[in-house]
Ligand binder design. Structure first.
Ligand SMILES: [Mn+2]
Length: 311
């Protein structure tokens, strides 16, 4: 019997690393059957970069057919059906560790560990602390990167003191002193979208949210916002039309967030998206672009405002 620890589809660094951290934590505690961290989709460029940099072994990529009926599942960094591995058997979910809003309806009791803080990895870090368990140096390096990534270098609106002290402690264990340098390296890897097709960019990091209208919100975190918009806007809008159709969503937004300048511009496909975005954030869209100011967090700043405007 295996307990699969798994993050959301299209995993970001926090989804991958928090799965590894939960598996290690549970191994040290010895309180669940054979915990194994796995992933639902291949790495994005950022995760690829971090694992290469530290010579870490990627978790195994699985599909629902790998999960036997006696296995158990712990979800990390997500909870909603649309964000789970396709066909994941929800009766086998035994736990969730997450920092997102909850939208679940299970027929059995489970263990939930949730906090409204900057990263799921920080939640797991706090569990290690609570039980006085040692985080090994290799894992600390990955966890440090995951917290920095998910909190956008501790600048995202979701960042809390718990995330800040996690970064302080993890950097000591990891033996890494140049946090700003590491953060910039991660940002650059995250921003490197030059090799991606427009459709891959739109779907690089997205959530489909069950608002009163089904809504796709993609996000690109970049250090070259102006360049992305100037050079790739037209092809991105075309790709958004394709993705809207394929995913069967009523609305599609692409947030292009500058993680150094702390600013997000929303790419708006059509009239419906423009109306909703202007209602949600104020201001006037110009040529399919709305500047929504110093907002970076999809879960805290962007999704709730859009949800309200759609309702
Ligand atoms: Mn996360």
């Amino acid at each position: 019997m295996t307990t699969y620890i798994i993050g959301h589809i299209k995993p970001d660094l926090d989804a991958v690393v928090s799965a590894l951290a939960v598996a290690e934590f549970r191994n040290l505690r010895g309180d669940i059957d054979n915990p194994v961290a796995v992933i639902a989709d291949p790495f994005n460029p950022e995760t690829e970069f971090v694992f290469k940099k530290f010579g870490a072994t990627p978790p195994r990529l699985i599909t629902a057919t790998d999960i036997k009926t006696e296995d158990k599942i712990v979800l990390v960094d997500h909870n909603e059906v649309d964000q789970r591995l396709n066909n994941l058997p929800q009766d086998q979910i035994t736990g969730i560790v997450d920092h997102h809003k909850f939208n679940i309806n299970l027929n059995h009791p489970i263990k939930i560990t949730a906090l409204p803080i900057g990263s799921t990895t920080t939640i797991v870090f706090l569990k290690f602390k609570q039980y006085n368990l040692t985080i090994n140096q290799d894992l600390a390096k990955l966890m440090l990167c995951a917290v920095l990534s998910d909190t956008v270098g501790l600048k995202s609106g979701t960042t809390t003191d718990k995330d800040r002290s996690a970064v302080t402690d993890l950097s000591k264990i990891a033996g890494i002193t140049d946090i700003d340098g590491l953060t910039l390296e991660i940002f650059k890897a995250k921003s490197n979208i030059s090799s991606l097709t427009p459709e891959q960019i739109v779907k690089n990091d997205y959530k489909i949210l069950e608002f009163s209208k089904k809504t796709f919100i993609g996000q690109i975190e970049t250090v070259e916002q102006g360049e992305v918009i100037d050079k790739r806007k037209d092809e991105l809008l075309k790709a958004m039309a394709v993705v809207k159709e394929k995913e069967g969503v009523a609305l599609i937004f692409l947030a292009i967030s500058d993680i150094l300048k702390i600013n997000t511009k929303l790419l708006l496909l059509g009239k419906d998206e423009t109306e909703v975005a202007q209602k949600a954030f104020g201001g006037q869209a110009v040529n399919n672009v709305l500047d929504i100011g110093p907002k970076l967090s999809r879960k805290k700043d962007i999704s709730p405002a859009i949800e309200k405007a759609v309702a």
